[in-house]
Design a protein around this ligand. Structure first.
Ligand code: OOG
Ligand code: NI
Length: 308
């Protein structure tokens, strides 16, 4: 396709495919549990190829400071046709989050959260601003969002200077989320396997969790291994974050939490439970997220889980 100015028009879904591909590639390299779960599923005969797995959603964390945070980050995916949906508030953790519906049902939903930095102590705010104040304009505005390579590079580049270990540890004592973001930035926080579309015997969260624990995977136990929404229809579990050897500004290395894997069962909504199984699609199942579940899933990267 050519515009009058002869500039080729990018197919936005091709750019989105490339951006998601880059995110998943780097994430799989950093999180051995991803391949571990795929291998276990292949070995068990649940799938013949990882391509069969439906990615329910992916998640990102952001720092709520000027020029960054959700307001900046969301522009990337809004450009590819994602639409912002419900807001979630995590009072204790000082987080705000939204979920985004994808442009087509074969794409994952997105869950993006933001730390309300101005609710932290003076000391924690000072540390965060020492890094983020070098960002003086919205970096997404300077990006060509139709250039998949540029976006891929942006999502995996340091947005600010590498923190010192002391600053990381000070943040960790007050907000584990803050410490995670100051080091990991926009690295993919997790991808999520939809279990309801797997074959019978593995298509409920209880069955899938039993399979994972039988294979020796360590799961987040905060609030119980399986997190259930009050309506009973969104059921989630996750691994404990993989630890990574992080290098800090002062040359120190320290093992810190990286990313994890999540598993979700979205049950068929009551009004569609009499539909034949082969007619059930995404729109017939429980949508969105749940504050009570999410609150505990965040803890997959917290010392209380990784240090178990
Ligand atoms: C996100 C935690 C919440 C969900 O599905 O509710 C979540 C995070 O750890 O950043 O993933
Ligand atoms: Ni999630």
């Amino acid at each position: 396709m050519l515009t009058p100015s002869n500039k080729p028009v990018q197919d936005p879904t091709m750019t989105l495919d490339a951006v998601l591909g880059g995110l998943m590639r780097r994430y799989s390299e950093r999180v051995p549990d991803v391949q571990g779960v795929f291998d276990a599923m292949l070995d068990e005969g649940i799938i013949q190829s990882p391509d069969e797995i439906e990615n329910d959603h992916i998640a990102f964390r952001t720092m709520g400071v000027p020029h960054l945070g959700i307001a900046s980050f969301e522009k990337i995916f809004l450009h590819y046709g994602y639409e912002r949906r419900d807001e979630y508030n995590f009072v204790e953790k000082k987080l705000t989050a939204y979920w985004y519906a994808p442009p087509a049902p074969n794409y994952p939903r997105i869950f993006a959260s933001e730390l309300r930095v101005d609710e932290l102590s003076e000391q924690a705010q000072r540390i965060i601003h020492r890094y983020t104040d070098t960002v003086t304009s919205d970096p997404v505005d300077a990006l060509d969002l139709d250039d998949a390579q540029a976006v891929d590079q942006f999502l995996h580049q340091p947005l600010w200077e590498t923190p010192t270990l002391t600053d990381y540890q000070t943040l960790l004592t007050e907000s584990e989320y803050a410490a995670w973001v100051i080091y990991n930035r926009y690295y993919l926080n997790h991808f999520t396997i939809s279990v309801h579309n797997l074959k019978p015997g593995y298509n409920t969260i209880d069955a899938f969790v039993a399979f994972l624990t039988g294979r020796g995977l360590r799961l987040n136990s905060a609030g119980g291994t399986i997190k259930v929404s009050p309506d009973g229809d969104l059921r989630q579990a996750s691994t404990v974050a993989q630890m990574i050897d992080a290098e800090f500004a002062d040359g120190a290395t320290f093992r810190i939490a990286g990313s994890y894997v999540e598993f979700a069962e979205r049950r068929i909504l009551p009004q569609f439970r009499n539909l034949p199984a082969d007619q059930i699609t995404r729109q017939h199942r429980r949508e969105g997220f749940e504050t009570g579940n999410a609150d505990k899933i965040f803890e997959s990267t917290f010392t209380s889980q990784t240090g178990k």
